[in-house]
Ligand binder design. Structure first.
Ligand code: DAK
Length: 259
């Protein structure tokens, strides 16, 4: 796995959990063009490596997860450039959401604008006590452009999403938890808390996790129940289903192969 990146750090531990740290701490990890390109390429590497069973996305430094899209970079964009950039952002964030392994945003500080949208594209969000979340785009004369209007609405519903988007207000970790924006607040070290949450999942059958992601994503669509039935049925053809049921009957722990 290449770690040939300038704007992010990609690490994989023995535990098979990869971590991508957006690494522009002096700019509070703001997302510029190069970050997007490197993120796209890191995700491709992770997708191809079957030994990786989970991914954490976080920000370098003490202050920020990601404080938004890089305002200095897009300040003089025209309509065409902005729409193009928005679609490119959608593609990269969709790649995150579509990964077949659990993806967790470890929100270690400010998660604003595009940074919050990045966190929303992850399957789970764990925040430090000092985390601050928000979509302040309206204060710049914009709306969220990296999927925030869609994903936030799915997460908290129409009215609460509109309230957060139209006020642009900042939400601290405790309120974010009450609103369901995050799964938990890390009591101690956020990296440890994130790995602890994922370690319970990566013990499970990988193909079952993959199909769970696919099925849950379909919720709310007409095709959701049919999709669930098909994805459920597919798992009966897997070695891991045989292993899981045998292990239960033999009163031992399963040893899943991901096949
Ligand atoms: N972009 C660029 N630089 C940023 C930045 C950002 N989003 N956020 C912080 N920085 C830089 C600051 O400019 C400063 O750099 P220097 O002045 O030292 O060179 C450095 O990071 C440290 O920031 P502060 O000195 O401001 O630190 P404080 O602790 O005082 O304040 C803060 C922290 C997070 C409250 C403050 O930095 C802040 O308000 N930052 C901006 C938050 C924000 O509005 N974020 C943008 C949200 S809008 C698009 C698609 C999507 C979007 C846009 C376009 N297209 C498709 C075109 C999304 C837009 C957004 O994300």
């Amino acid at each position: 796995m290449s770690s040939d990146f300038e704007m992010l750090i990609l690490e994989v531990e023995d535990s098979r959990i990869a971590t991508i740290s957006i690494n522009r701490p002096k700019q509070l990890n703001a997302l510029n063009n190069q970050v997007f390109e490197e993120l796209d390429s890191a995700l491709d590497q992770i997708e191809k490596d079957e030994s990786i069973r989970a991914l954490i996305i976080t920000g370098s430094g003490e202050k920020a997860f990601v404080a938004g899209a890089d305002i200095k970079e897009f300040a003089d964009f025209d309509k065409e450039q902005a729409t193009k950039l928005s679609k490119r952002g959608h593609k990269v964030f969709q790649k995150i959401e579509d990964l077949s392994i659990p993806v967790l945003a470890a929100i270690n500080g400010y998660a604003l604008g595009g940074g919050f949208e990045l966190a929303l594209s992850c399957h789970f969000r764990v925040a430090s006590k000092a985390a601050v979340l928000g979509l302040p785009e309206v204060s710049l004369g914009l709306i969220p452009g990296y999927g925030g209007t869609q994903r936030l609405t799915k997460l908290v519903g129409y009215s609460k999403a509109l309230e957060l988007i139209m006020s642009g207000r900042f939400v601290k970790a405790e309120e974010a938890f009450q609103l369901g924006l995050i799964n938990s607040i890390a009591e101690g070290d956020i990296s440890e808390a994130s790995k602890k949450m994922l370690s319970g999942m990566i013990k499970q059958a990988p193909l079952a996790l993959k199909n769970a992601i696919l099925a849950v994503k379909e919720a709310g669509n007409d095709s959701g129940y049919e999709m669930e039935a098909n994805l459920f049925g597919d798992l009966f053809n897997t070695a891991d289903f045989k292993e899981g049921t045998s292990a239960f009957m033999e009163k031992r722990k399963p040893n899943f192969s991901g096949k």
